[in-house]
Design a protein around this ligand. Structure first.
Ligand SMILES: Nc1ncnc2c1ncn2[C@@H]1O[C@H](COP(=O)(O)OP(=O)(O)OP(=O)(O)O)[C@@H](O)[C@H]1O
Ligand SMILES: [Mg+2]
Length: 487
């Protein structure tokens, strides 16, 4: 009975409730077995051998009483020892298991870093404009020396070719380069799973009961106590097992922690930091600013410790503006890398040599959309599919008109007059300072107009331009609305 109580007390205090039942059953059955085995056990002990003697002297009687008492107590002592030994065994098993899983994750990530993710660009080789200067520049960044103390930002308008060139350069460097593209319509769960998949992180971290228990007793916040090593650093704690409020780590945070730990090992082994590229980070805005900020803070930390290099790839929307305002911006390499449009020569080469369009038509298409590769590809596809230049032109101009509409720049819309004045200046100077732009569109209008993609912000030069050639084309086609003074 007493031993049964011990079993219950020990179990209740050591194991979370959902484990108690199973362990109590196990120990209860052990208890039962020993109690049933008691006669044999006692017989095998010399002082417990009462045999069948009926004559008992007073000494014998005392000795008999002593033996009986001892015999009564002994199984309890043995049982207690067995329980303690069992518990020590279980705890060591638990700790070793947690350690093993944590190490296993590091092993897998290290392997991934050593191989590199080598992403494939989605452009057929025969259609690819090589852009060797940009690719070489990116390759130098993806192949850092051991003392690099910055992180990087690659910017460019939508469809300028950032993803394609980043993938090409990271595949060519290969080892030590992780390419991660933020999934579309991200959620916290989706983001974490995708990041885990890229790094080959298994989410099967073992939950150390021992660590949980000690946390419970000491009130330690999971993952914040490093001195106890991997068990506490494991962070795979059962969020329900606590009396105190504890921050629960999300999947993406667990992956990032494991990546950081593994980067230290990688740097030690290869004498250079690994590189992690986060592409399409604008998808995190506006809902997941917290993730973006954490990634930026992590990038600063990695740079300061020289243990890993972070590269952000983003379109020129509100992301660079936000990142620039944070203190972590001080470690971003300046100027930011900007991937611009193809030159006229590159664009003509693409249309005539890669897409086999005759020179006259190619020139007209280039004048319509300029060197933005995504637009060049689109008009080339349409032209090759048999559409006339006029039809293609109308379709492009309709798309541009929609952008003007959402920026409220059309006739009788709220930003029309300020927009007209700005357009005149921009047609002459091609770019204006951001401060000057703010004088046309103040406060919330600033973002409203910029986000409509009529104008583009360039962080590397802190200036504003038209967003693309097709915007200028639309303005020139609508001189009456935007340029001529109304009588
Ligand atoms: N160098 C190139 N040669 C040929 N086609 C290209 C090249 N670069 C990009 N493209 C094509 O242009 C399109 C846009 O490219 P990409 O996705 O790399 O642009 P992006 O700047 O990453 O765009 P977003 O900002 O929307 O992510 C793709 O269809 C791609 O196949
Ligand atoms: Mg992209």
């Amino acid at each position: 009975m007493f031993s049964f109580k011990i079993t219950r007390i020990v179990c209740k205090n050591i194991f979370p409730s959902h484990f108690v039942n199973r362990r109590v059953l196990l120990l209860q059955s052990l208890n039962f077995t020993l109690r049933n085995a008691r006669p044999d056990l006692l017989q095998s002990l010399p002082y417990a051998n009462s045999s069948s003697s009926h004559h008992t002297s007073p000494e014998e009687s005392t000795s008999y009483k002593f033996t009986k008492d001892t015999a009564k107590r002994l199984p309890t002592d043995i049982l207690a020892k067995i329980i303690v030994a069992g518990l020590v065994g279980l705890l060591s098993l638990d700790l070793s298991f947690a350690w093993y899983w944590s190490k296993n994750n590091e092993r897998l990530i290290l392997k991934t870093l050593e191989k590199g993710t080598k992403p494939e660009a989605a452009v057929a080789n025969e259609e690819l404009v090589k852009r060797p200067l940009v690719v070489e520049h990116l390759k130098r960044i993806f192949n850092p020396n051991k003392n690099v103390s910055n992180y990087y930002m690659i910017c460019g308008e939508h469809g300028a070719g950032k993803t394609t060139l980043t993938k090409i350069a990271s595949k060519e460097v290969g080892k030590g380069v992780i390419y991660f593209d933020v999934p579309e319509n991200p959620t916290i769960e989706k983001f974490g799973m995708a990041l885990g998949q890229v790094l080959n992180f298994t989410f099967e971290e073992h939950i150390s009961f021992t660590a949980q228990l000690i946390n419970k007793i000491l009130g330690i916040i999971p993952g914040r106590l490093n001195g106890f090593g991997i068990i506490f650093d494991n962070k795979a704690f059962d969020p329900n097992f606590s009396f105190i409020e504890k921050p629960r780590l999300e999947k993406w945070e667990r992956v990032l922690e494991a990546f950081k730990r593994t980067s230290t090992l990688y740097k030690k082994k290869h004498d250079r930091p690994p590189v992690i590229i986060y592409d399409s980070i604008s998808l995190l805005i506006p809902k997941y600013l917290e993730i973006l900020d954490t990634l930026q803070d992590g990038a600063k930390k990695g740079a300061d410790k020289r243990e890993y290099v972070v590269v952000f790839v983003t379109s020129e929307g509100s992301v660079p503006g936000r990142m620039e305002q944070r203190s972590a911006w001080s470690r971003a390499k300046q100027p930011v890398i900007e991937i611009g449009d193809l030159s006229e020569e590159e664009s003509m080469e693409y249309l005539t040599k890669k897409r086999k369009i005759n020179e006259v038509e190619a020139k007209k298409l280039y004048k319509l959309v300029g060197g933005r590769i995504v637009e060049l590809k689109s008009v080339a596809d349409d032209f090759i599919a048999g559409q006339s230049f006029e039809v293609i032109k109308q379709s492009i101009l309709t798309k541009v008109k929609k952008k003007f509409d959402s920026a409220n720049l059309l006739r009788n819309q709220s930003n029309h007059e300020a927009g007209k004045r700005l357009i005149k200046v921009l047609l002459d100077s091609k770019e204006i300072d951001t401060d000057l732009f703010r004088e046309y569109f103040k406060d919330e209008k600033y973002n409203e107009v910029l986000e409509a993609n009529v104008f583009a912000y360039h962080p590397s030069r802190d200036c504003i331009t038209f967003q693309s050639r097709s915007i200028e084309y639309y303005i020139r086609e609508n001189v009456n609305i935007f340029i001529k003074q109304e009588l």
